[in-house]
Design a protein. Structure first.
Length: 180
């Protein structure tokens, strides 16, 4: 068999690679500083890693206030939000928690000293297990200490509702439509 280059493909770099690997759920990372100020950092680099124990990976920029809070406390919340929350996600992603009270973007619920959006579709309370440099981000391994989801239309918990906000690109979003 003869190999030939696929001339229909265009090389991708940086954010275009992340976009090609999407869509993926937007996670709202809830942290608090030492003065108990809430911060919400949107993240699209999050994936399950292990069932037992329940571990997830999270990628955050080391310059973000959310990362600073998480590294200092060793704890955070992860929440999925509905597609209607896209403006709040964009606000939180384009302002620094060092100078802006991001809790104004979401009605906030506090649980065990950690904030999360009150209307989260699924919410996870996590503790930091590992923190490793990964290019322009930090690769965090988080243990899920507690997890809950809003009931779907048939009253069963569903961590992946069709209305969850999905990241298509840095500032472009969508939500899934069920098939069938």
């Amino acid at each position: 068999m003869r190999e030939a280059p696929d001339t229909g493909l265009t090389p991708l770099f940086g954010r275009a690679i992340a976009e090609a690997l999407g869509p993926r759920p937007v996670m709202v990372v809830g942290t608090a500083d030492a003065e108990r100020r809430a911060d919400f950092t949107p993240a699209a680099f999050c994936a399950p890693l292990s069932y037992d124990p329940a571990l997830v990976t999270l990628g955050l920029k080391p310059t973000s206030w959310g990362y600073a809070n998480l590294a200092a406390s060793g704890r955070c919340t992860l929440s999925t939000v509905a597609a209607a929350a896209a403006p709040a996600v964009v606000f939180c992603g384009s302002h620094s928690g060092r100078t802006t009270d991001k809790s104004t973007a979401f009605e906030t619920v506090w649980e065990d000293g950690l904030p999360r959006p009150a209307d989260a579709l699924a919410a996870f309370s996590c503790r930091l297990v590992a923190d490793t440099p990964a290019g322009d981000h930090r690769l965090l391994v988080l243990e899920v200490v507690q997890a809950a989801a809003r009931p779907s239309t048939d009253d069963t918990p569903s961590a992946g509702p069709a209305d969850a906000l999905l990241c298509l690109a840095h500032d472009r979003f969508a939500h899934a439509e069920p098939i069938g």
